[in-house]
Design a protein around this ligand. Structure first.
Ligand code: FAD
Length: 796
């Protein structure tokens, strides 16, 4: 075991203060039965720096009954509960549940607080295995949950719980909550799905068309059959939002009285504008060009991103009150502050054009890819002759090559000095270019261009790859005597862009030409000035620019208000379980998007048609909704929920008490790292209420439940007045069977009624591949818990 600090807390306040001081790096220890073995077997991804012993806090083990209910200190031992006369007399199922926990030795050490707070249980979670190994586990920091698609005999039959960001969201630079919005599509709630999406991405109909979909590369479904077509789902949602914006995009908050200047109308500038305007700031966006959109307008061709879509997205941002001023090139930041702006966001992109630096580069017939795309995107007529060469391997090179073919050039060859694996252009675009007839000539670097108006001779060296360079890619080196040449009508250079920052800005740069920013806030070295997008990263992607705009907007808002926005925190409602469906586990292919036949592709019409709702719905049903499907093993938790207990928690801000439903619903989301359970209050059940606790396990002592059921049923004059029925070990938290309760209340209880209630209790169960046997066990336990042992005996 690794060494750790050990502190004996004398008071609750001291324990909470220590938790706060350790910022999530401390753990409480009371009985120690769960934690010590976890630490010893190196199960947790993070090892705590400090253990705070709370056994030393006096009076936290008391059990006191005031006639209306019992208050139990979190440090009360399970054995004490099992043998407490008060408990045995009025809360008998609590004693039975405490008695059912593991072995006598564990019951002598274990506390009720520890039993409630113990980690969820999963046969694989206890596996001491390093992160991302053979047995994948979210709780241990892995990319997925092994139990979701493989062994899941003992796991949840009521859905999962998200303990960590799913891999698709983690891979998305904007951190879009992809599974949440896809779940809402599955539920048929497109409005909510759209709202979730625009929380992190204000331009989804654009990214739904051009994003390199980093998310799909990490999708766990990819290891099962094929990854979910997330980008196509996003495109559908993006277009849906364009059709119904008023329902989805909420109006800005009250005017903050602050003015923000944004320079550059590409995705970074538009994203920052969207979020700042929504936060109530007055936003003016300055753009040097006659039309807004940055590279999305002048770089990305119409056949991939129609201008009508870009225009519609920009219109939405204007409708938030953003004032876009065109044809204004900002040369000085001082000038903006002099005009009264309170903060500035720089989103200038990367519009400097890298030169080849070889002889003949200035010849007529040699042009750069950006100027070609810009001209074509502006609707100018361009002719490149019959044979064109494109030099480069990025987006500009591939878009230039595809554009050249569509302009009527018969033969287009891309020369790239590395291999296909190192090409920065998107894989989809390279595939399409090849399908359209673009030739790729790898390991070739131009060294000279000769020629006249009618013909250009391109001389190249053949290359080989050496050691990795600063970019991490292997450095191409010329092979001696390997020169070759080919003749072309046009040579298009597209070897890269770089940020072109006005010298008067006077800001710190991180490396050649890029602005240096604080990665957490996008702040530059000048107070009041932020930057994002390509001007910071160099040429990157739309989604990265969007993400930086949102991050900067949040930091700028704090600066402008002088403090963070008040959050509506504290008692958030209990987190519902994440639903999954058993259809997940059938192998299916991802949806294919209809593409325009190559022969029909043109310069101005979009190549890919979108998908319809039924197709999107089918694709959404392939999403695993990746989550942890382990179960809450707490014996006492099930019983306390049936008894309607309240949990008292102490934190830096004092104490709070809430129903145990909320405690379980928020245990792993809202209980912050500096809070601890101090007491449990259990109201006295009505006299004569029938209490039952049943636990199905593999071995009589030791084991956690496979399924457990607790019930408290009040019957008067033969009619059920009230019923609380709770199932354990079937979900990430104890599950209250509300539908079963409704079936009983107001009716006489007999076998038929109990069977109907048992059926209702399991109606929403969604067993995984191998745990459907739990449904049958749970149903039978509920039936037995409703009937008296005597009547149950008669009926067998
Ligand atoms: P930009 O989009 O470049 O916008 C910057 C804006 O600032 C420009 O409009 C510029 O005119 C303006 N500006 C600059 N200086 C000033 C100034 N001083 N005053 C006023 N205005 C100024 N990404 C993808 O994700 N998928 C793709 O398929 C894809 N394809 C691409 C194809 C091409 C040909 C190109 C060139 C890029 C492609 N990209 C793609 C990359 C993507 O377009 C960029 O990463 C993204 O647009 C960067 O956003 P930005 O807001 O930082 O800058």
């Amino acid at each position: 075991m690794k060494p750790f600090n050990h502190v004996d807390a004398k008071t609750v306040k001291q324990a909470v203060t220590l938790l706060k001081k350790n910022k999530g790096k401390a753990k409480l220890i009371a009985g120690g039965t769960d934690l010590l073995s976890t630490l010893k077997d190196k199960i947790l991804p993070d090892y705590p720096v400090t253990l705070i012993n709370i056994k030393t806090i006096p009076k936290l083990n008391q059990i006191t009954d005031d006639g209306t209910g019992v208050t139990i200190g979190a440090l009360a031992k399970l054995e004490a509960l099992a043998h407490s006369p008060v408990v045995q007399q009025s809360y008998k199922i609590l004693g039975e549940a405490a008695e059912a926990v593991a072995t006598p030795q564990i019951r002598r050490m274990g506390t009720i607080g520890g039993n409630l707070c113990q980690d969820v249980r999963c046969w694989y979670y206890r596996y001491p295995h390093s992160v991302g190994g053979r047995i994948l586990c979210y709780l241990k920091g892995g990319k997925g949950c092994y139990a979701l698609t493989r062994e899941n005999e003992y796991h949840s039959i009521f859905g999962g719980w998200r303990d960590a960001d799913p891999p698709c969201s983690s891979a998305c630079p904007a951190g879009i909550d992809i599974p949440s919005y896809i779940s809402k599509i599955r539920e048929g709630n497109l409005t909510e799905a759209a709202r979730t999406l625009v929380e992190t991405n204000p331009l989804p109909s654009i990214t739904g068309r051009v994003c390199p979909h980093f998310c799909e590369q990490e999708c766990n479904r990819g290891d099962f059959d094929e990854s979910v077509s997330i980008r196509d789902i996003e495109r559908f949602m993006g277009d849906y939002i364009l059709d119904t914006p008023d329902e989805i995009i909420k109006s800005p908050e009250a005017d903050s009285g602050k003015r923000v200047a944004i320079v550059g109308s590409g995705p970074a500038g538009l994203s920052a504008s969207h979020y700042l305007a929504k936060l109530g700031h007055s936003v003016t966006l300055f753009e040097a060009l006659p039309k807004p959109g940055g590279m999305m307008r002048i770089g990305i061709p119409d056949y991939r991103l129609p201008k009508a879509i870009l225009d519609a997205q920009i219109k939405q941002i204007r409708q938030l009150g953003v004032d876009i001023k065109l044809n204004i090139r900002i040369e000085s930041i001082d000038g903006l502050f002099e005009q009264g702006y309170d903060a500035v966001f720089l989103a200038l992109g990367a519009h400097g054009i890298a030169k080849l630096g070889i002889k003949g580069e200035g010849l007529p017939g040699v042009r750069d890819g950006m100027s070609l795309l810009k001209a074509v995107n502006a609707g100018e007529k361009v002719s490149l002759g019959d044979r064109a060469a494109v030099i480069g391997g990025g987006n500009t090179a591939i878009d230039s090559a595809r554009t050249a073919l569509r302009l009527g050039t018969k033969e287009v060859t891309v020369f790239y000095r590395r291999t296909r694996a190192e090409m920065p252009a998107g894989e989809d675009e390279i595939e399409e270019a090849l399908a359209e007839g673009v030739r790729l000539n790898f390991m070739a670097a131009p060294i000279e261009i000769d020629g006249d108006d009618s013909r250009l001779k391109l001389t190249c060296n053949r290359m080989e790859l050496g050691e990795p360079d600063a970019s991490g890619r292997r450095r191409p080196l010329p092979i001696k005597g390997s020169e070759f040449h080919q003749e072309f009508d046009t040579i298009i250079t597209a070897i890269g862009q770089y940020p072109d920052i006005p010298s008067q800005f006077g800001l710190m740069t991180s490396r050649e030409h890029a602005l240096a920013v604080d990665s957490a806030t996008q702040a530059t070295d000048r107070p009041g000035v932020w930057a994002g997008g390509d001007v910071v990263t160099g040429p990157a992607t739309v989604i990265e620019a969007i993400a930086s705009g949102r991050k900067a907007a949040a930091a700028m808002d704090v600066y402008l208000r002088g403090k963070p926005q008040a959050e509506d925190k504290d008692e958030k409602p209990a987190q519902p379980f994440l639903t999954f469906n058993s259809d997940y586990l059938k192998k299916t292919s991802r949806i294919t998007v209809p593409k325009r036949p190559v022969a029909e592709r043109s310069i101005a019409v979009e190549d890919n048609a979108g998908l319809g709702f039924s197709e999107i719905e089918a694709e959404a049903s392939r999403c695993f909704n990746c989550s942890c499907v382990s179960v809450s093993p707490s014996d006492t938790g099930v019983v306390l929920l049936a008894l309607g207990a309240q949990v008292q928690i102490a934190g830096p801000g004092g104490t709070r008490t809430f129903p145990i439903e909320d405690f379980f619903g928020s245990l792993r989301t809202n209980l912050t790292a500096d809070e601890m359970v101090t007491h449990i209050q259990v109201p006295r059940p009505p006299d004569g209420a029938r209490q039952t606790y049943l636990k199905f396990r593999l071995r009589e002592s030791v084991d956690f439940p496979i399924v457990s059921v607790a019930s408290v049923i009040t019957i008067k004059d033969g009619i059920c007045q009230d019923a609380r029925i709770v199932l354990g070990a079937v979900g990430p938290a104890p599950v209250r069977a509300i539908e079963a309760e409704k079936t009983l209340i107001g009716r006489a209880i007999d076998n038929g009624q109990a069977t109907a209630a048992a059926k209702a209790a399991l109606e929403d169960a969604v067993p995984l591949g191998k745990n459907s046997y739990k449904v049958a066990i749970a149903r039978e336990l509920v039936r037995r818990a409703i009937l008296t042992p005597e009547s149950f005996g008669e009926m067998r």
